[in-house]
Design a binder for this molecule. Structure first.
Ligand code: C5P
Length: 270
């Protein structure tokens, strides 16, 4: 976009400043996992995920305020840029981001399953013995992660660590709100035949110090979506999200062809 100053080019999203109190978030068609951005886009992905996030924000707005301003993104760009942003962007409030990734898990997958096998706990939350890959947890758990520096992996951390980072009250509020958001969303999705195995929320503070849900929510980039009808404990369900890409990148590493950030962007599998 030439009409707005670029604030940050993320792995999949580009953020533009709109005055000093709003941001235009434009979701590209790029796909990334483990900090690797693939060389080919998935046509339509940015618009699809944006529409999902907008739908979820509307479902969840009774639980916590979100960063949407309610204004149309098309209203802040030049006329010749409307097609570039239409359907794939959100006009949001500029917030002070909180450096905690608020992950909630209803099922054991990904780093949750890995940690469980090592310590029978995830982020310090003890779990019963005998759980399997993809097991449903007795109750959803809050397993925060810390945003890592560029090029590093995000790191799972304990709730106590988040208390030290951002204060006990805010840490507890984020945990409680995240669990409520997940529970509401998981129930809505299950009604449609989808298991949301886990997801990640991000929050910021507004000028009044109010907690606000930000970023995108409950898209297949930030969540694991499993079909409920083929779910079996102990096996990796087909995942309607970017798990295929994580698996492929991990396999490349096992095969001795590790991806690295300086090599040309890899092509998508399959
Ligand atoms: O990889 P892991 O099992 O820790 O991910 C748990 C959940 O949090 C997944 O749904 C994943 O998509 C999401 N997540 C994310 N961004 C991160 C870390 C995790 O969206 N940086």
């Amino acid at each position: 976009l030439h009409s707005l100053p670029l604030l940050a080019r993320g792995k999949v999203r580009d953020n533009y400043a709109v005055g000093d109190d709003r941001i235009l978030m434009v979701a590209s068609d790029r796909i990334s996992a483990f900090d690797v951005v693939m060389g080919e886009p998935i046509p339509g992905k940015g618009a699809l995920l944006t529409q999902m996030a907008l739908w979820w924000f509307a479902q969840l707005k009774g639980i916590v305020p979100n960063h949407l301003t309610g204004d149309a993104p098309e209203s802040v760009v030049a006329p010749d840029e409307v097609a570039q942003v239409a359907g794939r962007s959100m006009l949001v409030k500029r917030l002070k981001p909180i450096p905690v990734e608020a992950v909630v898990r209803g099922y054991l997958a990904g780093s949750g399953w890995k940690e469980y096998q090592e310590s029978q706990s995830v982020c310090g939350v003890p779990l019963p013995a005998g759980l399997n890959n993809a097991s449903r947890l007795p109750a959803p758990i809050y397993t925060p992660a810390a945003k890592a520096a560029v090029g590093e992996h995000d790191e799972n951390i304990t709730f106590e660590r988040t208390q030290q980072m951002i204060g006990a009250d805010l840490a507890a509020r984020i945990r409680d709100v995240s669990l409520r958001l997940y529970e509401r969303a998981a129930a809505i999705a299950l009604d449609k035949g989808i298991i949301i195995a886990d997801t990640k929320f991000e929050f910021g503070l507004d000028d009044a110090g109010e907690l606000v849900l930000m970023d995108e929510v409950l898209t297949p980039d930030s969540s694991r979506y499993w079909p409920a009808d083929s779910y079996r404990e102990g096996i990796n369900p087909p995942s309607f999200d970017k798990q295929f890409l994580r698996d492929w990148l991990e396999q490349a590493q096992v095969d001795g062809q590790p991806w690295n950030k300086t090599a040309p962007a890899p092509r998508l599998p399959g």
